[in-house]
Design a protein around this ligand. Sequence first.
Ligand SMILES: CC(C)(COP(=O)(O)OP(=O)(O)OC[C@H]1O[C@@H](n2cnc3c(N)ncnc32)[C@H](O)[C@@H]1OP(=O)(O)O)[C@@H](O)C(=O)NCCC(=O)NCCS
Length: 142
Amino acid sequence: MIRAWLAEDTPAVAAIERESFSDPWTEEMLSASLNNPAFFGFVYEEGGEVCGYVGVIRPDDAEIALIAVRSDKRQKGIGRQLLFKAIDHAKGNGAKNVFLEVRVGNMPARALYDGAGFLPVYVRKRYYSDGEDALVMVLPIK
Ligand SMILES: CC(C)(COP(=O)(O)OP(=O)(O)OC[C@H]1O[C@@H](n2cnc3c(N)ncnc32)[C@H](O)[C@@H]1OP(=O)(O)O)[C@@H](O)C(=O)NCCC(=O)NCCS
């Protein structure tokens, strides 16, 4: 089930961040985001456990800032459900576009975004601390 991300979910979200990214958001960063009125987030809960999350900044010109699924729950459709939930929420808040950025070499995420209709906008060269490029993508909301 997908539901709103609550403060008590943040430790579980931080644990998924740590296993998913070389430069994870810390629990403090995640808590600060949750307190930001321009941020909204959802978690995917199964059996009382948080298995994935999505976080979006700015309701009007939305940017997906965070999305990940716990490693043992990947490739079961959870990431796509979370992404569509975030898009629907942005749409409901009047967003004209949904933006995101992704490491050029992150093939699972790129396949997810391509399949959802996101289009490449531009490449930010050596954007990440390890030198990898970021691809900025946009989904125009119809
Ligand atoms: C990217 C991520 C969120 C996808 O979540 P998921 O629950 O595994 O994805 P889904 O099962 O919903 O798959 C949806 C689509 O994504 C793509 N996809 C997902 N995993 C894939 C993989 N390992 N290889 C290739 N494509 C993949 C496919 O297009 C898939 O559609 P299909 O099943 O019809 O082929 C997940 O791999 C993850 O948490 N990765 C680590 C964190 C991360 O990189 N986040 C993105 C930051 S930009």
